[in-house]
Design a protein around this ligand. Structure first.
Ligand code: ADP
Length: 400
């Protein structure tokens, strides 16, 4: 049996994991440790389609969760699992230091730590996961796969804010973009779908989940993306506002008395779909009940408006040829009404959706829903960030 890759996505109070055979693109086992550091942490996993759960000791942290993963799950006598050859870690922010995935050593750990100010919620949690993995699997190589790496090809005009240039030069204040692993996967999957070399493929990748971002990809490279220095910029998201007038922050502070914590909470946790509907960040009821519920309809329309505006803008970066627009993520893969409403606004670009075909592409089904007259293929392809992390880790750390 070939060696497998353990993929780890470590958050502040959770660790998601998957054991993947990168050659066969097969997930042997997946799961997550949740509520770490709290009074009721648990380890949940799925093996051979069956769900299992183990309660962890009170206040158990990342290290205890990984130790339990090794002793109770990976060495479970009933699980004939392949041996693990290496570990792939998702890391949200690599700043300008990482253009691609890398083998982790002390220098890399130090550089990920230097990027903490850019991702204060994510990078410290990734470091906890990396350090716990090194202790739990001392003999295995670890690989870091960065969400920002794919966007390191952004040209200066796309990554610079129109702020004093010294803020960029001296402090690294610029647009970095996120979801790069997903956009990179979608770029390859789209090129495969179109049966053309990725180096000659122009597309707009629409990753629409709780977090959402678009990526303009020209000749296989990211040339613009909607998230910025942080994941707050851009589209309407589950609870994040996306683009706003930055002076609104002064207004809310000076005139309405919000303090910094409240502003942060407002823009990251109380806005987006949740803010507009005043009841939910879940796109399912919004799509299903919008004709009965005006609050759902307004949230839907704000999403559609912003998406169409971004896509039309990104079309201007394609040197006259946009091969495909590809939808992915929980909303992109399922919300057929949203896809149709967005694409129906793009007829000026000779983009034409087929409404019936669009309706068939839900629940993880891949396919195209453009008509034969459309200049651009409209695709739905499920993303696979874990598979991409496993493939990168295997390429860097496995010899077979
Ligand atoms: P995350 O960013 O957390 O990975 P996901 O990619 O899982 O998010 O997407 C979550 C979003 O997808 C939620 O808003 C959810 O309502 C939406 N979603 C999931 N299934 C459907 C569906 N069948 N129809 C519409 N929206 C859906």
């Amino acid at each position: 049996m070939s060696q497998a890759v353990l993929v780890i996505n470590s958050g502040s109070s959770s660790v998601k994991f998957a054991l993947i055979d990168p050659q066969k693109n097969l997930t042997h086992l997946s799961g997550m440790a949740e509520s770490l550091g709290l009074s009721n942490p648990k380890l949940k996993w799925t093996y051979a389609g069956e769900k299992h759960q183990r309660i962890l000791a009170e206040y158990a942290g990342h290290q205890q969760a990984l130790t339990c993963l090794v002793t109770e799950i990976l060495n479970h006598p009933d699980y004939p699992l392949p041996s693990i050859g290496c570990i792939g870690h998702r890391v949200v922010h690599g700043g300008e230091k990482f253009q691609s995935s890398v083998l982790i050593n002390q220098a890399v750990i130090d550089q990920i730590r230097e990027c903490v100010p850019l991702a204060p919620l994510h990078n410290p949690a990734h470091l906890l996961g990396i350090e716990a993995a090194i202790k739990a699997f001392p003999a295995l190589p670890n690989v870091a796969v960065f969400d920002t790496a794919f966007h390191q090809t952004l040209p200066e005009e796309a990554y610079l804010y129109a702020l004093p240039y010294a803020l960029y030069q001296e402090q690294g204040v610029r647009r970095y973009g996120m979801h790069g692993t997903s956009h990179r996967f979608i770029a390859s999957a789209t090129a495969r779908w179109l049966n053309q070399p990725i180096e000659q493929t122009n597309l707009i990748s629409c990753h629409l989940g709780n977090g959402a971002s678009l990526c303009a990809i020209r000749n296989g490279q990211s040339v613009d993306t909607s998230m910025g220095m942080t994941p707050l910029e851009g589209l309407v998201m589950g609870t994040r506002s996306g683009d706003i007038d930055p002076a609104l922050v002064f207004y809310l502070h000076d005139q309405l008395g919000y303090n910094w914590d409240e502003l942060n909470q407002l823009l990251t946790q109380k806005s987006g779909l949740l803010g507009l509907t005043e009841s939910t960040s879940d796109f399912r009821p919004i799509e299903a009940d919008r004709h009965k519920n005006p609050a759902f309809e307004r949230a839907f329309q704000v999403c559609v408006h912003r998406l169409a505006k971004y896509i039309a803008g990104y079309a201007s970066l394609m040197d006259g040829r946009l091969d495909a627009i590809c939808f992915t993520g929980g909303i992109g893969e399922n919300a057929a009404a949203l896809r149709l409403a967005v694409c129906q606004r793009l007829s000026l670009l000779q983009i034409f959706p087929d409404p019936d075909r669009n309706l068939e592409l839900v629940g993880g089904v891949s396919g195209s829903f453009s008509t034969s007259h459309s200049r651009t293929q409209l695709l739905v392809l499920p993303t696979d960030e874990e598979g991409m992390i496993a493939a990168d880790a295997a390429a860097l750390a496995l010899t077979n």
